[in-house]
Design a protein around this ligand. Sequence first.
Ligand code: GLU
Length: 412
Amino acid sequence: MDPLLMVQQQIKSALELTNHEPIVYELLAEPKRFYDFMFPVRMDNGSIRLFKGYRSQHNDALGPNKGGLRFHDSVSAEDVKALSAWMTFKCALVGLPYGGGKGGVVVDPKELSPLELERLSRAWVRAFHNEIGQFRDIPAPDVNVNQQVIAWMVDEANIITSSSQNAHFTGKPLDLGGSRGRIQATGYGVSYMVRKAAEKIGLDLQGATASIQGFGNVGSNSAVMLAGWGVKVVAVSDMQCCVHNPEGFDVAALKEYSDAGHPLDEFPGVTVLPRESLFELPVDILVPAALEGAITKDNAKKISCKILCEGANGPTTPEADQILLDKGVFIVPDILANSGGVIVSYFEWSQNLYGHYWDLDMVLFEEEKMMLQAFDLVYEKMTTRNIKNMRLAAFIHAIDRIAEVMKLRGWY
Ligand code: GLU
């Protein structure tokens, strides 16, 4: 499903249960500003290749636009627009002073050499530098963008503006003004939300089983935290395959193995299954932590879990969402479940602006506090309105907040 239609449907469903004026839908259905550029990059063999890049600034009523930047061959305008809208709702939901942004480049970075990747990252900044800035739009890592890419981008922006500021990007390496805990933030946050959901449904995490779809930064860090609480992570999948161990993996060892660039299917003692079987294994907890649209009406029928905690953005299509709700699955929606990343990005930005840096304990404590408060708020909204749907409750809360500020600003 087109992710932009998906987010528009989510906005409509939330607005049906509120009394906002129809203009609120118009203001939120499309990004306020959207940029796309073709930009040239010189390849190692001397040839020039043109790349398509995007940045979407969905809504800046609450503050500067904020959101990641992804390098992936599936990136499209609709995709980036939808992802920027989810950022708007995510930031509003957890109480950050940000609007939503998202960007991307249509590229499979695995095809590029390290030098080509650096030239591409710098070229993106040259194309988009007028549109970003610490009080305008602050990019961060998303799929296939790591701290090194962000470091090149910070440097390029500094060259262009003859300055050495660093609050215009987050997800920076520590020595370049990054925050402690930013790398683990999204994955750990997902686990806090699993723990809260487990409390609500009376599931004991000790001995509970979990499957993790996607073993990148988000999936692997949430798996490590869950395993630390006694959860048996029995299945993990990536782009190639699904690996299964009914006794539960030594997750820290699996992460170390995978971070070192080894394929999951070569990890000692695993049973290798087709990728799609991850959704068919009966588990207590399912964490989709890859791309949008992974859970569809077809595989949702086969899913039997008690908690679905969305580490990815937009992993569940609306049809699949309904199937899972009908089955009684407790869903922690993406805009809540994966908000830990942007929360710690906010801490990074404020540390940069303030020039004073926090220790890891403080970062993790404050992140957890914000996420638990947001969970309680959404849960309360869901129960008082009797809607049995955390996603809907989360959207209602986020939209109420943005609508109020847009009204104050006189946008309608
Ligand atoms: N890409 C992450 C997200 O989708 C983080 C964004 C940020 O830190 O600004 O939430």
